[in-house]
Design a protein around this ligand. Structure first.
Ligand code: CMP
Length: 194
């Protein structure tokens, strides 16, 4: 595992890892007036091991977020180095990458009005012990590393993360039949309206 880490780090520096150039160029589709902001959620190995996949997806669905992409995948060291690049000098980095690569995760792309911020609020702060009851981490996590889910931090990062893990053809555009009741007419018509 240590050798794999070293190789990935070296290749990451050379810019060889995951050029992301062949992925979706435009994930924030606009046009029909429906809210189209998208965000990435990773249901992490601890949640998969603890049989929490369904519970977590259900929370997002009943909130009114649309699942437009979903896959189970054992994330590889190279893509995890890219995904957590901003943490690469932190003491927990290698352990985090090993944990995330240990068994499959479930990756979701969720769509909705202000989806990035909505999902971040539903997930709660990084440290599970401090997260408020009612949030996903608050209800299911006691840990900082095994904190059940990852959710994109902001809209720009969400675009990059979605492109990193999903090809264009893996994202779906469809109408959810209940959306006339999830959003008011005015909210459906004005993409940026409150
Ligand atoms: P996530 O939202 O995936 O973003 C970065 C991850 O790093 C975070 O959730 C945690 O799983 C992990 N993390 C952050 N801080 C620490 C820490 N101090 N010790 C161990 N893992 C951490």
């Amino acid at each position: 595992m240590r050798e794999k880490h070293a190789k990935a780090k070296k290749e990451s520096k050379k810019g060889k890892v995951d050029s992301e150039s062949n992925r979706t160029e435009e994930v924030m589709l606009q046009g029909d007036g429906m809210p189209k902001e998208r965000t990435l959620v990773i249901i992490k190995p601890d949640a998969v091991n603890r049989a929490l996949i369904g519970e977590i997806i259900k929370r997002f669905e009943v909130k009114g977020l649309k699942v437009v992409g979903m896959k189970m995948k054992k994330l590889n060291i190279e893509e995890l180095y890219k995904h957590y690049e901003h943490h690469k000098d932190k003491p927990f980095f290698n352990e985090l990458v090993s944990f995330m690569a240990s068994i499959p995760s479930v990756l979701l792309v969720l769509e909705g009005k202000e989806a990035v911020a909505v999902v971040r609020r539903m997930v709660g702060p990084t440290l599970g012990r401090e997260a408020m009851p009612g949030t996903i981490r608050g209800d299911f996590s006691m840990s900082i590393q095994c904190n059940v889910v990852h959710a994109s931090e902001n809209v720009e990062i969400a675009k990059k993360e979605i492109n990193r893990f999903f090809k264009k053809e893996e994202l779906y555009d469809y109408n959810r039949i209940d959306f006339e009741w999830v959003y008011a007419e005015r909210e459906r018509k004005i993409a940026s309206g409150k």
